[in-house]
Design a protein around this ligand. Structure first.
Ligand code: HEM
Length: 398
């Protein structure tokens, strides 16, 4: 087994990368005041039962830890909504964000990837995240939405403020409001106002972009109010790049760590989809999801009371030996590979086709343009510190 932990100095908080787990599949965390689900089977049970495990997690977080609804409205934030409202909204946004809309992006994704790699070649050094993994998905999602890709320094500022947390999340705190949550309010508002301006403009002057399609989308005679379009656009802009950035970085890291697998895919490009899927399993970008129990429930041999916060550790589930043989081995031959990196059930990632497409196109081009994908031993890889995310924020290549 390749020891990626020592080789890349993986932070200890990313415990799932440090070897097998010995504890129970479901555990209560007394310090943080919430439940953790680690087993694959149990994770599937949670995400497959939205009637018991609600996506509306705000209802169980103490009010003093939350900003007021004026400051942070999650109206239309698909990941936080339960049935039946979720199904209606998902149908509406899916009618604008279709598989065809995504598939048509392939040539543009390739073009942007080449442009970025050309620019990096001119500079004479190559740091995968800054030069490709970050800008590629941001440019693609910005162009798709119809906001200027040139504003991406702004998007990065917002995304960093909203996602890059150092501390473990806990709901059992001292009386003091969570400082990191408070620090996220300003960027949240800025992002909301920025997108609101675009939505208002599209209502008056429609264009050929996704914001216009969302503004015009209609299912059963119903259209989306502004607040919902804004929040959905926000979700796309954030989800549309942070996670895919991690996917691209992680995939190259896996091929660096396992040169035999890199040889394999170089010899047979039809294995590219398998590289992407195994990368999603092995280094699961979105390591954990949150749910709240609406009633008392038995799970993995324990009883969880009603109104509890439950963290579903997709990253652990994806390394559960009861589901995956040799889970700590990166293996392109894994077939089937039913990883949970995109979630499961009614909230299954709406952007999965786009993320997969970007991953495949970028990897194919990288393999074409670089004889080997190898990290620079003199310039260390850095991991994103956020405990619930698995991804690199710096990956210098030779
Ligand atoms: C939902 C992961 C890329 C948009 C989810 C969920 C996961 C996930 C785990 C389920 C959340 C839950 O059940 O609570 C990922 C990963 C990605 C990725 C690992 C890249 C590797 C994208 C992209 C987009 C996107 C590129 C959009 C452009 C969404 C949306 C939802 C979602 C809108 C909410 C779906 C719903 O609640 O019905 N994603 N995502 N994601 N994702 Fe992604």
């Amino acid at each position: 087994m390749v020891d990626i932990v020592q080789r890349y100095n993986v932070p200890s908080r990313h415990a799932w990368l440090h070897g097998p787990r010995t504890g129970a599949p479901v555990e209560y965390d007394t310090r943080a005041g919430m439940w953790h689900v680690y087993g694959y089977h149990e994770a599937q049970q949670v995400v497959g039962d939205p009637a018991t495990y609600s996506s509306d997690t705000m209802r169980v977080i103490p009010k003093h830890l939350l900003p007021s609804p004026d400051e942070l409205s999650l109206e239309g934030f698909l990941t936080q909504i339960d049935p039946p409202e979720h199904g209606k909204l998902r149908k509406l946004v899916s009618s604008a964000f279709t598989r065809k809309v995504v598939a048509d992006l392939e040539p543009r994704i390739a073009e942007v990837a080449h442009e970025l790699l050309d620019a990096a070649a001119d500079r004479g050094r190559f740091e995968l995240v800054t030069d490709l993994a970050y800008p590629l998905p941001v440019i693609v999602i910005a162009e798709l939405l119809g906001v200027p890709a040139g504003d991406r320094a702004l998007f990065k500022k917002w995304a960093d403020a909203l996602f890059q947390r150092d501390a473990e999340f806990a709901i059992k705190e001292t009386g003091r409001p969570d400082a990191e949550l408070q620090a996220a309010i300003e960027p949240w508002k800025e992002m909301r106002d920025y997108l609101q301006a675009h939505v208002t403009e599209r209502r008056e002057a429609p264009r050929a972009d996704l914001i216009t399609r969302l503004v015009q989308a209609e299912v059963d005679g119903r259209r989306l109010p502004d607040a919902q379009v804004v929040n959905f656009a926000m979700l796309l802009l954030l989800a549309g790049h942070i996670t895919t950035t991690m996917l691209l970085g992680n995939t190259v890291l896996c091929l660096d760590a396992f040169p035999d697998q890199q040889e394999r895919v170089r010899a047979d490009r039809s294995l590219i989809p398998a590289v992407i899927e195994e990368s999603l399993r092995y280094l699961t970008p979105f390591a954990a999801l949150a749910r709240s129990t609406v009633r008392e429930v038995e799970l993995g041999g324990v009883t969880i009371p009603a109104d509890q916060l439950v963290m579903v550790w997709l990253a652990w589930a994806n390394r559960d030996p009861l589901q995956f043989a040799d889970p700590h081995v990166f293996d392109l031959g894994r077939d089937p590979n039913p990883h949970l990196a995109f979630g499961r059930g009614i909230h299954f990632c709406l952007g999965a086709p786009l993320a997969r497409l970007e991953g495949r196109v970028a990897l194919d081009i990288l393999l074409d343009r670089r004889k080997e994908l190898r990290s620079d031993p003199d310039d260390p890889v850095e991991f994103i510190p956020t405990p619930s995310m698995t991804g690199v924020r710096r990956l210098p290549l030779l």
